[in-house]
Design a protein around this ligand. Structure first.
Ligand SMILES: [Zn+2]
Length: 322
């Protein structure tokens, strides 16, 4: 059975026209999606035979993609494409929502995450493949097949390094959330490598806030699965060395900048306070001022709301009162 899927993974239908030696002259979308799927199994997050096109899967895909094509190459990966087209590879079966059976079975192309989620629940794997992916041995062999078949030696190393970071970051982010839920205080962080810390903190925060900006409430996931929010430390890492999710906020880029610049902060009762300086800035996006007095848009889990001590620190040390 293992050899059967090894063969299928080696022979994915992929475009061979416009790709260079980095990806062995083949389109890398499907192998990168499958690597992300393997990571979800590693994380223990696939507990029934249904692969969901979730933001978590999208983030893993993007992380792998950027190892092959760093942002400066201008090549952007869209997870929706392989998620849809893998149905031509025999082991990946899209599960249509009621009323969309005919559409999903047709040869139409859907390249939007939002649309795919509208028309299907996700993808079901062959039962035999699902069973194989439940085993560590099966996963590592198929990962090896994907990496050695579709990528140059140099890229292989980078992808393996990314796998290691992804797995460690997931474990660390779960630990961060768990400790916060149990109201345990984190002391200084142990020796965790920076890429692992960054990704873990980000995953914990984005999950806790469900991709919503804590100040303006914006929640945008692009059609290819990118999110508008970043994870911000309230007391910066350089000062606090504290990745506790309660020392963090999910913020969109504009709110992140205004928060770090001390142009907005919060009261002890989580109300937005705006700096008097805001009125003196020409060309200010007017909506920022309307946030004054509004409540912080926090996690649904109450235990994950920010520390009042962290907020107080920000108000005293960073907020511009004049
Ligand atoms: Zn915002």
């Amino acid at each position: 059975m293992k050899e059967h899927y090894n063969r299928l993974f080696r022979n994915l239908n992929s475009d061979k026209r416009s790709w260079d030696e980095r990806t062995n002259f083949r389109a890398p979308h499907k192998p990168l999606l499958l690597l992300a799927v393997l990571d979800r199994f590693d994380e223990g997050q696939v507990t029934t035979n249904l692969i969901e096109l979730s933001p978590d899967l999208g983030e893993l895909f993007t992380l792998y993609w950027s190892r092959v094509f760093p942002p400066q190459t201008g090549k952007r990966g869209n997870i929706a494409m392989p998620f849809w087209h893998l149905q031509n590879d025999k082991f990946w079966h899209l599960l249509p929502r009621p009323g969309f059976e005919a559409l999903v079975a047709s040869s139409v192309k859907i390249h939007s995450v939002t649309r795919i989620n509208e028309v299907c629940f996700g993808a079901k794997l062959d039962d035999e493949l699902y069973a194989l992916l439940q085993t560590e041995n099966g996963r590592s062999e198929l990962r090896h097949t994907l990496i050695t078949t579709y990528f140059s030696e140099q890229v292989q190393e980078a992808l393996l390094a990314q796998t290691a970071v992804n797995v460690a970051a997931f474990v660390y982010s779960e630990e961060l959330l768990q400790q916060a839920r149990q109201q345990q205080k984190r002391v200084k962080e142990a020796n965790v490598a920076e890429p692992v810390r960054d990704q873990a903190f980000r995953r914990a925060i984005v999950r806790a806030y469900d991709h919503r900006c804590a100040i303006c409430g914006v929640r945008i996931l692009t059609a290819d699965g990118h999110t508008a929010v970043a994870a911000a430390h309230i007391i910066p890492w350089s000062v606090s060395h504290n990745d506790d999710p309660r020392n963090g906020l999910a913020l969109c880029h504009l709110c992140h900048w205004t928060f770090d610049e001390g142009l907005v902060t919060f009261s002890d009762r989580y109300q937005v306070k705006t700096s008097p300086q805001l009125v003196n800035i020409p060309n200010l996006p007017g909506h920022l001022l309307t946030f004054a007095g509004r409540g912080l848009i926090g996690p649904t889990e109450e235990t994950l709301w920010p520390f009042v001590d962290s907020i107080r620190w920000h108000r005293q040390e960073v907020f511009r009162t004049r």
